[in-house]
Design a protein around this ligand. Structure first.
Ligand SMILES: Cc1ncc(COP(=O)(O)O)c(C=O)c1O
Length: 432
């Protein structure tokens, strides 16, 4: 650990976080537990983002690091009113255990919600989950045996990496461009794997406003993805937390709505369209797969909290969701626009910097020239009181070190202006 000893205390903390994320062991305390731990937990890492967030919670730091929704989009008064009503009028069921599959009235509302997006599913094709992170864990639990190959975007969502890692998947990353995952590279990789006798368990994609990339899979590529999945007989996991948060441009049909072969499982969540605190989401897909979700979930938590499901059901019945989504879009559109304007204004020209221009979602991805290491640059950013997430956290394999993710939903407009100015100063100091 000599590299740690040579650093000052802030640098030490940051380095420590990065080392934990890379599974480098620290000192032992108390009894020796390592020999007793399962190989599964040994394979799991702390979330680098959650650890970094602890370091960036000082009030003077402007953080573009988290992935939090803006709290002023939460309909607090309405939920307070509904919560009271649910306890008083439906307390005997809402405070009781519920079924693993989920609260039927909520499923009925969700079937209507999906219909507005061109998706037609029956009640048996939906399961309510403790938000989409649980959906990802269940995907790992039901599909992955140790050493199984799964295909992911490169970069991809760090929580999916954690979930798939915990089941010891071998992740194969496929590069993206502004139109999402590159289908030529996917096809090439699948042929290569096929020659070696490897059949991936699934392809995991975030087609709309990808986290962390901010890019959207084009319609042409969605068609191609479905035809490749058909050719190689693969399941597609479509993770869709940001789909409804579109600021501009035409909505592109979801993979779920385009699937004629029953090979797409989609994960949805209320976290970004309502609020994340109730941990509510759902998965939709072929009945036989959803049935396996039920079996896996039974062992995890028996059921998603019925109280939360009852509150959200009532909220949907009052027909409030759409207007909440619209006002959220309005707020995030302004923030997204401002961040893009300020990047144009403050970042140096002609030095090889580029960033994505998302049409929705919460994030954009900034790439520096190859010689810039954004993990090392993180120390300087914190000294300038601005934070981001290091790009290397988002790779299922072969991490790259010259990118970073910026969130624009949580900071205020003033913070976006000042934070981008500080970040530009830090980045400029690294450019040749
Ligand atoms: C792509 C993606 N999937 C899943 C999640 C998990 O969200 P939740 O568990 O709150 O639904 C997130 C959260 O940021 C995400 O970005």
């Amino acid at each position: 650990m000599s590299i740690i000893n040579n650093k000052n205390s802030l640098e030490k903390s940051i380095l420590y976080v990065i080392l934990i994320a890379r599974k480098i062991k620290g000192g032992n305390m108390g009894i020796e537990i390592n020999s007793r731990l399962s190989s599964n937990i040994k394979n799991m890492k702390r979330s680098v983002i959650r650890e970094l967030l602890k370091l960036t919670s000082k009030p003077e730091i402007i953080s573009f690091a988290g992935g939090l929704p803006a709290p002023d989009t939460f309909p607090i008064d309405e939920i307070a009113d509904i919560a009271k009503e649910v306890v008083l009028n439906h307390g005997k069921t809402a405070l009781q255990y519920g079924s693993t599959e989920g609260f039927i009235p909520l499923k009925e509302e969700l079937i209507k919600f999906l219909k507005t997006d061109g998706i037609s599913v029956s009640e048996k094709q939906i399961i309510i989950t403790s938000a989409s992170q649980q959906g990802l864990d269940i995907v790992g639990k039901i599909f992955i045996d140790p050493g199984d190959t799964v295909i992911v975007e490169s970069p991809t969502y760090v929580g999916a990496i954690s979930a798939f890692n915990s089941y010891k998947a071998k992740m194969v990353g496929i590069e993206m461009d502004d139109d999402g995952m590159r289908m030529d590279l996917l096809e090439e990789k699948l042929k290569e794997l096929d020659k070696k006798g490897t059949h991936p368990k699934f392809i995991y994609v975030i087609p709309d406003f990808q986290n962390p990339g901010g890019v959207t899979l084009s319609l042409e590529r969605r068609n191609k993805l479905l035809s490749i999945a058909s050719e190689f007989d693969l399941i597609i996991i479509e993770d869709s937390p940001y789909r409804a948060i579109r600021y501009r441009g035409e909505t592109i049909p979801s993979l779920q709505s385009m699937d004629n072969e029953g090979r797409v499982v989609s994960l949805y969540t209320f976290s970004k369209i309502l609020f994340p605190g109730m941990r509510l989401g759902w998965a939709a897909g072929p009945e036989e797969i959803i049935d396996k979700f039920v079996v896996a979930k039974q062992a995890m938590d028996l059921c998603t909290p019925p109280f939360n499901q009852a509150i959200v059901t009532e909220y949907l019945k009052r027909d409030k969701l759409q207007s909440n989504i619209e006002s959220t879009i309005e707020e995030y559109r302004q923030k997204n626009q401002l961040m893009l304007e300020k990047l144009d204004e403050y970042m140096p020209d002609g030095k090889g910097l580029k960033w994505t221009k998302p049409d929705g979602g919460l994030f954009l991805w900034l790439t520096c020239p190859d010689y810039v290491n954004t993990e090392e640059m993180f120390y300087d950013a914190i000294k300038e009181n601005v934070a981001y997430v290091v790009g290397s956290a988002f790779y299922g394999e072969n991490p790259k070190y010259n990118s970073l993710r910026l969130n624009f939903s949580y900071p205020t407009l003033e913070e976006i202006d000042e934070g981008v100015k500080r970040l530009a100063k830090v980045i400029s100091s690294k450019l040749k």
